[in-house]
Write a new protein. Structure first.
Lengths: 339, 431
């Protein structure tokens, strides 16, 4: 037996197999699945559908069936997906965990198969467990739109954030390239660890050339977050992050996902709260985004939320347009054609 | 009892240091004669197995399996689990006590050993270290040993309390048993479902840090060191991190009775194999980083690792077809261990065949003190595996003997195919 320090050998080891998902071309599970051309398509369709005559628009998916399956509470995502689907003429049905057989212990697989049997052609899923949309898609083989899964992804949020950023920085641009956001720094500050919005944005925006600056205390922002993809950096000093940012994105502390983590909120506010004074001193030209729900007085003050640099409500409006585009994309693919 | 004559194979008995062409005669459940090809005279009437081009070796021994009986027969039974073992070339398996009820009594140990269970290879129960595996009160090891237990473990759960672990090590040493520890500080792994690292961060899953394993291994080694005079023996189950392996390496250098096993998935796969939330890549300890996986390979090649054990952990399909975080831990492994070990340790990483087989037979037999097993000399128990070391085959979980199909190795092509498994002189599996 050799008890001295091990000799490093270079060994061939089993490769990681390519992912079989998404199984359906209409699915939107992760921003990582989107090509730049795919992003451009969604942005172009969002604008076209937004500008379409409402009556003409309702013929696009007239009487087609879409299920919204919500295992977690939601205001913006659920309502805007529903409005988007209805704007295109689709019939929607909402199944939420508190008023369905999910309460009786029905599995996600069985719930999905039931919705499919009821005629659903696509499912929009929000779920507390990361990865749940992959399971639902694999079991139903329907197009699945990820409306937020655990701490993992919320792709339509990142797309609507992108649309809100473009509206201010690159007005009129819909066809994006790997350079569209070159020179733009987007800071994301707060509870990165538990945020699916942060993960989606940090993986989407660098595809278009943006530099993403993550900011927060180590308990909420582990050092390894910078290795999640290209174009991601960490800046622990909030004011330094603000000074570099054209886009300031603030996140909520996710009390429901802290899992025993102790956090001194007063200390947190002292270091990371976006208040009017900080914004004016360090990022007077930047726009402020927040995916909502906002907790006024914690991660940002009312003065900022309601102030002239805030685009929080614009984001919500972009959400309907983006979701019309991804719902159309899902349903066109469901019909056989790749939208 | 009928006799079996195995003719003309490459006979490898690592414990005896033999690797030569031989005929082997098995009679009355024992090895009756081993001789140069064509030299065995008393073979009349024996069933003849032609082993030309095949390897004849001691039956494999898996010191870490979950047979799920009593109480979880929808996942596996002793009959189906041992059938899977036989198909994988194993002639003896040591069954962990996390059944329902927990095997912490003579009754349960005897139940598992009863002929009605339908075992086709030898089952060795491992008894729970503490009452109900609650980590509080240690069991009566002498009584459990007399009922048939070959080791002590609360596998699936760690023994966290220092004083309980110290007492377990000392009490087990008094009756000549090993304590097998599932090294996981569960206070550090609450809500975690895979290895901590970039992959877990990207997947939005809470991670288990390496320290959750290594800190328990280091604590246990300290206890063994304190109990050095009592000859306490610690065996670390399914070790998975470089840090824990380094601790075992150091303990061995210090002359302590500390041994360890590695599972095939931990020397082959990394946390990236979780892919898109594949629940068949979820187990505990989890698949680790490439650096940890490489450290497992190094330690096996260096001889620090004492056994390859599968941690065969069957779960029904519906239990794994759920959200990743809600899926139970564990994968099956009995039918793939030999093929994976031969394909990678031997063929790819050039470990001599005899040493690979030793990790799968002679060494676990010695660790569990299984007399007459893990070697093939005249008079030893007729537990034999005959396999084709060159045959390539593709594993299909759906065609496996295990009741469950939860494996990340489905569809993998492997080299080394079992032809016959002979348990105590009877053919338990033939392909």
């Amino acid at each position: 037996m050799n008890l001295t320090a091990p000799v490093r050998r270079t060994l061939h080891t089993p490769p990681v197999a390519a992912s079989p998902s998404p199984y359906h071309p209409g699915s939107l599970l992760s921003v990582e699945d989107l090509t730049i051309e795919g992003i451009s398509h969604i942005l172009r369709r969002a604008t076209a559908l937004e500008n379409e005559d409402p009556l003409t628009r309702t013929r696009i998916l007239a009487k087609r069936r879409i299920a919204l399956l919500f295992y977690e509470s939601s205001t913006r995502t659920r309502t805007s997906f529903e409005l988007a689907a209805k704007s295109l003429g689709a019939d929607t049905t909402l199944v939420s965990s508190l008023s369905s057989s999910i309460e009786k212990g029905e599995s996600l697989k069985d719930t999905g198969l039931t919705l499919r049997a009821l005629g659903a052609e696509a499912i929009i899923l929000r779920h507390a467990n990361s990865g749940a949309p992959w399971l639902l898609e694999a079991e139903t083989r329907l197009p699945v739109l990820n409306g937020g899964d655990g701490m993992h992804q919320h792709p339509t949020q990142a797309l609507l954030d992108l649309r809100a950023m473009l509206a201010h920085l690159r007005p009129g641009v819909e066809t994006v390239t790997a350079e569209t956001l070159a020179g733009v720094t987007v800071s994301i500050t707060g509870d990165i660890l538990h945020s699916r919005v942060a993960r989606s944005n940090m993986l989407l925006l660098p595809k278009l050339g943006a530099r993403v600056l993550l900011c927060g205390p180590t308990q909420l922002l582990p050092e390894l977050a910078a290795q999640a993809g290209p174009g991601i950096e960490i800046e622990r000093d909030f004011e330094a992050a603000l000074r570099q940012s054209q886009i300031v994105m603030m996140l909520r502390i996710q009390a429901e996902r802290l899992a025993g983590l102790q956090l001194d909120l007063e200390e947190y506010k002292a270091a990371y709260q976006l208040n009017g004074e900080r914004l004016k001193a360090h990022a007077p030209e930047a726009i402020v985004l927040h995916p909502g729900p906002i907790i006024r007085g914690l991660e940002l003050t009312s003065e900022v939320a309601d102030g002239p640099q805030s685009v929080i409500l614009e984001q919500v409006r972009h959400g309907v347009a983006i979701r019309m585009a991804v719902v159309e994309r899902a349903m066109m693919a469901a019909q056989g054609g790749r939208a | 009892m009928t006799a079996i004559l195995i003719r003309g194979g490459q006979f490898i008995d690592p414990a005896a240091g033999v690797d030569a062409l031989k005929d082997v005669l098995l009679k009355d459940g024992r090895v009756a004669e081993i001789a140069a090809p064509g030299k065995i005279k008393q073979g009349e009437g024996a069933e003849v197995l032609d082993a030309t081009g095949l390897v004849i070796a001691p039956g494999l021994i898996d010191m870490h399996v979950h047979l799920r009986e009593p109480g979880q027969a929808h996942k596996e039974t002793i009959a189906t689990g041992t059938a899977a073992a036989a198909a994988g070339g194993f002639t003896a398996v040591a069954a962990m006590p996390n059944t329902t009820p927990v095997n912490d009594s003579q009754e349960t140990t005897r139940f598992m050993l009863a002929p009605e269970r339908g075992a086709v290879v030898r089952v060795y129960p491992i008894a729970a270290a503490t009452r109900g595996m609650k980590g509080e009160a240690i069991n009566d090891y002498a009584a459990l040993k007399s009922a048939g237990a070959v080791a002590i473990s609360d596998d699936g759960l760690p023994i966290l309390k220092d004083n309980v672990m110290r007492e377990a090590l000392a009490a087990a040493a008094r009756v000549g048993l090993t304590v097998i520890q599932h090294a996981e500080d569960t206070r550090m792994t609450q809500g975690a479902s895979m290895n901590a690292g970039v992959t877990a961060f990207k997947l939005g899953l809470r991670g288990m840090r390496n320290e959750a394993e290594s800190s328990i291994v280091e604590r246990d080694i300290r206890l063994v060191s304190e109990l050095r005079d009592a000859r306490a023996h610690l065996h670390v189950a399914h070790i998975s991190t470089a840090a824990a392996m380094a601790a075992v390496r150091q303990a061995r250098r210090n002359g302590l009775r500390v041994t360890c096993e590695v599972a095939p998935h931990h020397f082959l796969l990394t946390d990236e194999h979780v892919g898109d939330y594949n629940t068949h890549a979820k187990m505990c300890p989890p698949l680790r980083s490439a650096a940890d996986r490489d450290a497992m390979i190094e330690a096996i090649l260096d001889g620090v690792v004492d056994a390859i054990a599968t941690d065969h952990a069957p779960h029904a399909a519906h239990e794994k077809e759920v959200e990743f975080e809600r899926a139970p831990n564990g994968i099956i492994g009995l039918e793939t261990a030999l093929g994976l070990s031969l394909s990678w340790l031997h063929k790819e990483w050039k470990m001599p065949l005899g040493r690979v087989l030793s990790l799968l037979s002679a060494q676990p037999a010695a660790l569990l003190n299984l007399k007459g097993r893990g070697t093939l000399t005249v008079g030893s128990i007729a537990d034999v595996v005959v396999f084709d070391p060159k045959a390539e085959w593709t594993y299909k979980a759906s065609e496996g003997k295990s009741k469950s199909k939860n494996t990340p190795f489905d569809g993998w092509t492997m080299q080394g195919k079992v032809r016959w498994t002979i348990s105590e002189g009877r053919i338990a599996y033939g392909a």
